[in-house]
Design a protein around this ligand. Structure first.
Ligand code: ADP
Length: 498
């Protein structure tokens, strides 16, 4: 009987289930979207029960579609939208509030006031994170602050907190298992990434009872079995990781200096820094990449808020193209950027600038400027922002990266990938499986259950689609010089370490 691994990819907009075979090939995918709730400006919520129901549906559907029996699933791995916060009643299994999604900014004022009290330092030192509404800690506090009865129930151990991984495992095991893994824990603002423990001081600062919290497990170990009522046969749950960390592993970034970048609406860049947690000088986040057999691999993370979104803007606001994929052909109508620099600060600038007030601009326009030049400069802008992050990470980690592994929607753009290779003077590698997040979760589960016997055997099945080598004749110096000059002028501040 052939065996498979099932990956659950619990994303921000949909619940997905994907089956992989021994070669890491996709046997089938099922996906169900769920409702996004926007109760107020800057608030984003999900219905926890809808997340669970759509996930269950996706799992059953992929099994049916592929005609694979639950007995053939050796193990299940879970990857999830990170930071999204749920609290539920341990007895009834019902959430006490809608899930507060990572994008939700309602707790920005809690963060501001904590910063004013000088509380950011212990959070940064212990968790590697900045005090920001993005992370779970202040979201938990906000829910408990709504009703004194909730905090009392939490103190008495009647409620449970979890990110989406915990919530799904709780439901899959019918309340038998309440766990999260180190990567998800490392995004809560409550977990000391050095001691690998929930931190009493930080819990105290946020007034969060410890009795709420799940047990923290590694990313690759068997934590329980699915209740036999769900799928004829109980399936071991054996892998858990937040989406970006799962992608890091799914891209086989397993040595210090290995980096992956996801090109979506924004960019998520993560570098493996090995067994040392590197504290960044440039406000990159320090996080846990994964933990296998007790050994933790740390990572540095930097995000670009606006990447593929620049292409959306050219499409929707300027009508320059009608589909994102047309940008490549348009950019190829010209030989170079014609002196244009596109500063993509359409929603402020993230690391290493951290200027929430920065705005975008297109500089260097002359009478000879064509649409193609702007298209090319827009692609260069994405690659230049990624370059800045990767270079700063490299300095922080005191390591040199050998190549950049890529995924996400915009990584299909060959010209963008070539520009990236030229600007970094490093090889850019695009894998065959673009489902790197789900693949990472499958790898964790398969490793824990002997489906794959070693990390080395995973590296062997990880297959390349295309490599982009830097063109030694590429004239990138002028582009970089102009960018540095113009972005500095725009932000009226120095480019760090230049
Ligand atoms: P997300 O997961 O953030 O929704 P995806 O990984 O699905 O993002 O990628 C979609 C983003 O990639 C969009 O912002 C889109 O503009 C951009 N994109 C898609 N195809 C291309 C392309 N060929 N060239 C450049 N950008 C692209």
């Amino acid at each position: 009987m052939e065996k498979f691994i099932l990956a659950i990819d619990a994303g921000t907009t949909s619940s997905r289930a994907i089956i992989f075979n021994h070669k890491g090939e996709t046997k089938g995918i099922a996906q169900h979207e769920f409702t996004q709730h926007f109760p107020k400006e800057s608030w984003v919520e999900h219905d926890g029960l809808e997340i669970w129901e759509t996930q269950l549906l996706a799992i059953n559907e992929v099994l049916e579609k592929t005609d694979i029996k639950s007995e053939q699933i050796q193990a299940m791995g879970i990857t999830n939208q990170r930071e999204t916060t749920l609290i539920w009643d341990r007895k009834t299994g019902k959430p006490v509030h809608n899930a507060i999604v990572w994008q939700d900014r309602r707790t920005a004022s809690i963060c501001e006031s904590l910063k004013k009290q000088g509380k950011e330092k212990p959070f940064y030192e212990k968790t590697g994170l900045l005090l920001d509404a993005y992370f779970s800690g202040t979201k938990i506090k906000w829910i408990l602050d709504q009703d004194p009865k909730l905090r009392e129930a939490a103190e008495h151990g009647e409620l449970a907190f979890g990110t989406v991984d915990s919530w799904l495992i709780w439901n899959l095991t019918k309340g038998k298992v309440h766990v999260t893994d180190v990567t998800n824990a490392s995004r809560t603002l409550l977990f000391n990434i050095h001691t690998l423990q929930w931190d009493d001081e930080l819990l105290g600062t946020l007034d969060i009872p410890k009795a709420l919290l799940p047990k923290v497990v590694s990313s690759s170990e068997e934590v329980g079995l699915t209740d036999s009522s769900w799928f004829n046969h109980p399936i071991p749950i054996a892998g858990i990781a937040g989406d970006q960390q799962a992608a890091l592993f799914g891209q086989m970034c397993i040595s210090p200096g290995d980096v992956k970048n996801t090109y979506g609406t924004g960019c998520f860049c993560i570098m493996n820094t090995g067994d040392t947690p590197v504290i960044s000088k440039n406000k990159m986040l320090t996080t846990i990449g994964y933990q296998i057999n007790g050994k933790v691999s740390y990572a540095l993370e930097g995000s670009v808020f606006i990447a593929g979104a620049v292409i959306q803007w050219l499409r929707d606001q300027l009508g320059m193209i009608s589909d994102a994929s047309e940008i490549e052909a348009l950019a190829k109508t010209v030989e170079n950027n014609g002196g244009i620099t596109f500063i993509p600060a359409l929603a402020g600038l993230g690391a290493p600038y951290w200027d929430p007030h920065a705005t975008g601009s297109i500089l260097g326009i002359t009478r000879g400027t064509q649409k193609g030049h702007i298209a090319r400069a827009a692609l260069e802008a994405i690659a230049l922002r990624v370059r800045e992050i990767v270079i700063e990470m490299q300095k922080d980690a005191n390591t040199t990266f050998k190549s950049l592994k890529v995924d996400g929607g915009a990584s299909n753009n060959n010209l963008l990938m070539q520009i990236q290779a030229d600007l970094l003077e490093t090889e850019v590698i695009r894998p065959q499986t673009t489902e790197t997040t789900a693949l990472g979760a499958a790898f964790f589960a398969g490793l824990a259950t002997g489906y794959w016997d070693s990390i080395e055997s995973l590296a062997e099945i990880w297959a390349v689609d295309q490599k982009f080598s830097p063109n030694p004749n590429a004239d990138t110096q002028k582009t970089i010089r102009l960018w540095d000059k113009r972005i500095v002028k725009l932000n009226n501040q120095e480019v760090p370490n230049e």
